[in-house]
Design a protein around this ligand. Structure first.
Ligand SMILES: Nc1ncnc2c1ncn2[C@@H]1O[C@H](COP(=O)(O)OP(=O)(O)OP(=O)(O)O)[C@@H](O)[C@H]1O
Ligand SMILES: [Mg+2]
Length: 164
């Protein structure tokens, strides 16, 4: 199924990206999978920090550069993955992704590089550089296999709360 764009918005700085992600974080529940796509330094880890805020996680979120997977406890468990340095697909399979995604909220930086092995029901957030250093275009997409559950949350929840 081809992806459907649910929302396109802009961020004018790291704090705004974080606030947008926190708003999304508030709506997340166990079993949700969020894939983050964007070049180096686009703001994926900042976005995860916001999601963590929305999940009432007090720990400081860091880039799981060498760990591949970090786990945080809040209103729900947050599984934070960064598959940028993944050399071997077997490493991901070792993580037992289906079990992982069922046990909490999963957010995967560079997850767009392993879409083939991810559950089909996921939200993709694309962060793209814009005109100046501080601006990002943020696009929310889904294939909506889950009977529109993302559509409802993003369009009726997130979009409705945006200033414009
Ligand atoms: N609108 C913005 N949203 C997010 N980050 C921004 C924005 N404008 C500037 N920045 C800066 O861009 C950088 C984003 O870093 P971050 O680690 O979140 O990126 P990343 O996509 O996770 O990178 P990597 O691919 O290395 O994991 C930070 O230094 C942040 O201050
Ligand atoms: Mg990062």
């Amino acid at each position: 199924m081809s992806p459907a764009v649910l929302l396109t918005t802009k961020s004018t700085g790291p704090d705004q990206t974080r606030a947008l992600a926190a708003r999304l974080g508030h709506t997340l529940r166990r079993g949700d999978l969020v894939v983050l796509s964007g070049e180096l330094g686009a703001g994926k880890t900042h976005f995860v920090k916001g999601i963590a805020e929305g999940l009432d996680i007090d720990d400081r979120i860091t880039s799981p550069t060498f760990a591949l997977h970090q786990r945080y406890e809040g209103r729900e468990t947050l599984h934070h993955l960064d598959v940028y340095r993944l050399d071997d697909l077997a490493e991901t399979i070792d993580l037992d992704l289906p079990e992982l995604t069922e046990s909490g909220v999963t957010v995967i930086e560079w997850g767009d590089t392993i879409l083939d092995i991810l559950p089909a029901d996921r939200l993709i957030v694309r962060l793209m550089f814009d005109d100046d250093d501080l601006q990002r275009v943020v696009i929310f997409e889904t294939t909506d296999t889950g009977a529109g559950r993302w559509r409802d949350r993003i369009v009726n929840g997130l979009k409705a709360a945006l200033p414009c």
